[in-house]
Structures are given as structure tokens and as C-alpha cells.
Design a protein around this ligand. Sequence first.
Ligand code: COA
Length: 445
Amino acid sequence: MDQLKARFKEKALPMASELKAFVKANAGVKIDSVSVAQVFTGMKGVKSLITETSQLSADHGIRFRGYSIPELKKVLPQANGDTEPLPEGIFWLMLTGDLPTADEVAWLSKEWANRSDVPQHVFDVLDTFPTDAHPMTQFSVAILSLQTTSVFAAAYKDGINKKEYWDPMYEDAMNLIAKLPRIAAYIYRRSFHNGEHIAPDKNLDWAANFAQMMGVKDPEFKSLMRLYLTIHADHEGGNASAHSTHLTGSTLSDVYYSLSSGMNALAGPLHGLANQEVIRWVLNMRKELGKDRPSQDEIRQYVIDTLDGGRVVPGYGHAVLRIPDPRFTAQLEYCKAHFPDDELVNVIWDIYAVAPAVIKEKKPNVKSPNPNVDAHSGATLMHYGVTEYNFYTVLFGVSRALGVLASLCWDRALGFGIERPKSVTIDMLQQLVAASKETEAESVA
Ligand SMILES: CC(C)(COP(=O)(O)OP(=O)(O)OC[C@H]1O[C@@H](n2cnc3c(N)ncnc32)[C@H](O)[C@@H]1OP(=O)(O)O)[C@@H](O)C(=O)NCCC(=O)NCCS
């Protein structure tokens, strides 16, 4: 270990234990209006953001402009002959607060198709990457490389009035969303299918065109993609990808800088990357046990071993939800309706049957041992032959763009300012806690 690293280790590790003990002992003490525990955990639960597009309730899950996922499945327009909602509809709903008509959704499909051409330099940038570069790295860089086309950046340079910011922001958001399926499919085909690309079909809706460009043969996959891209679109404003997008956008960075930043947050294993981690974990379990359909007892033991190894069980737990994630349930219901006997899907259901109790028992402080959206999505994709699990978070990202970019339009329309929370040093925190306790003692006396 070099001398600087050794000095850092000597300082930081004891400090980490000391701080954890301090926070535990003073978790409820209020510093201004937030508790010490909230300072330590990135303001968890503190109401300090405005997000119009959706609201998350711990006990009911996500509602997009008031509509739950089962309700959306009934009220959003669908493609001819399909039973799943079109993601164009959720974008319209999130951006305007109104349910779109079938004609409005058809217009939006066409509008995105018209804006979907990707400049050659974006493909050139991607082609400089080794094909085994993580797809999320490629996705984030591709989004960033589109920044050269920003309408907002050009308008800002020309001195646009701040009251008009929302207008070029909307244009950029629409242009970027329109291009994401092409970019994502390009990454998929170059990374996993020898660079044999499939031309877009501009007559298809946004999700179906994406499915087609990925090259998945089963026509039913288009239906799954419509559902998938709808339910992953938003989870109110405080989750890491939404918050990163919003924070970056608060500096008046355009949608390209902002979404790229949001995608970098989504790429973390505690956030969106959990969808790939779930399948990696399940496939490792199958390999280690030497069987495709382990018993529930074997799964229970594998969960215990994971927890004993100081690792998380991917796909379980949530910072806000205290129930099984309705996005998990939506996928479960889809699989029950379409392929209830799929072996891998049944393993996912067996994990669901045993994991929550084990997690609760081994980690008594866990707030929710229930499955989240990522516990199910990989197995559903595997059914259609999308086995390249390193790609899964890109699919999540294409969908998440809908919510966070609708929100960015609102941020600029409402004139939100630059974000700047106050940080404190550990010393300051200790002094603030001492002062707060003193004031409390005086008021009691
Ligand atoms: C989502 C997640 C990051 C939320 O974290 P959080 O808000 O800190 O959750 P909690 O307050 O319930 O965590 C309390 C403790 O339980 C642990 N915990 C939570 N979920 C866990 C899981 N699935 N497996 C193991 N431990 C878990 C936390 O790491 C924490 O441990 P610590 O006291 O040693 O620091 C967490 O549940 C997790 O890591 N899940 C697995 C990854 C995942 O599926 N992410 C996708 C989320 S949509």
C-alpha cells in the first residue's frame, strides 16, 4: 500500500465506525429541521423537491399523475390488438397531467419517428469503444455525444429570455427521447450481435420499433416492451437517476448533459443495475447448485450465504416502498398470463416465496424485505431470448428518460433555481448535535 493510501486508511476507517456509532446514538436529534440520520443518508424522506410527473407512496407504490399501474393499463391507449399501454401515453400523461386520446398518442408516435434520425458522429463515437465496454457506459456516452445538437444550448448562447427556457428544453427532450431506441438498439447489436444492425421501421410505435431494431423475433416481445417501457418510466423525483438528472439540469445544463448524468446514477448496482445483478445472481446460484430449478430450501440457504458474505440480495429492498413493488407485480401478472411454466420465471417466484423472510431475519433493520421492480424484469426478458443481461439497465434507462425529461421540462417552465444543499463536516455535525441537546435540556428544565 502506498504511503498516501495508508494514511487515508488510517484516518478514514476509524472515522467510519465512529460516525456510524454517533449517528446511531443521535439518529433522532434534529439539526435545523432534519434529523442526524437524514443528514447521514442523503436527506432520505426529507420533502425538498418538487416533481409533478409521479408520486410514490410507501404503502401503495407508484402513481403517475394519480394513476396506479393497473389503472394505467385500463386508461392509456394501446396499439391495435395489444393489451399493454403505449409508452407514448405515459409521456403525454406525465408531461401534461391529462390522459391522451388514441389520436394524440398516434401523433406522438409519428412525431418521435420524425425526430428519430441519429447523427453519424454518435455511431462513430460508439464504434471507438471496445464491444465489451459496458452497455451503460456506451449509452451514457452516446447521449452525451448528442449534446452537439442541443437546441437549448444554442438558444442560451443567443441570449434567450429565462421565461422561454421551457421551449428549447421541450424540443431537446422530444429529440432525445425519439433517438434513444435507435441508440440503445445500436449498442445491443454492436455488443452482442456482431454489429449486424437492423434498420428502424418508422411506421411502428416507439416501443415496437425498439423491439424490432433489437432483432427479437417473437412478435409478443413488442407487447412486453410497451409494458416494460411504461412501468419503468418514473418513480417520483428523489430516486438517484431522477435526482441526478434534475440536479445537473438545475445548473441549466441541457437534457443531454442531464440525462447522461442520470444514466450514470442508474448504472449503480443499488439502483438500475440491480436488474442485471438479479439475473447474474440467479445464474450463479443455478451454476453453484448444479441445477436449473433449485428447491426453496436451497434458495433459502443461498440467500443466507449471500447475506453472510456481506452482499445484498439484488432485487429486494427499497428506500421508500414498504410493500412488494407494483412494478414487480405487473411483470409477475404478465408472465402468469403469457408463460406461467417458464422455468426461470418460476425460480424468480420461488425466490419471492422465501427471500423476504430470510432478509428480515438476517437484517432486522431492513425497512422493506420485499421485491422491487428489478427482481422480475430479467427473467421476463430471458424468456424472449434477451439473455445478455449486461444490457438490461439500458432498457431501464430508455424508459426512465420519459419521466426525468418530462420533469426537466417542468423544471424550466416553473423557473426552478440551481440546487445547493448545505453540507457540514463531521465536527460541525457533532457540535450541532451537542447544541441541539443543550437547547432541549434547557427547555425541559
Ligand atoms: C434499495 C436499497 C439500496 C435501499 O437501501 P436502504 O434505503 O439503505 O434500505 P434500508 O434502510 O432498508 O437498509 C437497512 C439495511 O438493510 C440492508 N439491506 C437493504 N436491502 C437489502 C438487501 N436486498 N439485501 C441485503 N441487505 C439489504 C441495507 O444495506 C442496510 O444495511 P446496513 O445497516 O448494514 O447499512 C437496498 O434495499 C438494496 O441494496 N437492495 C438491493 C439492490 C437493489 O435491488 N436495488 C434496486 C432498488 S429499486
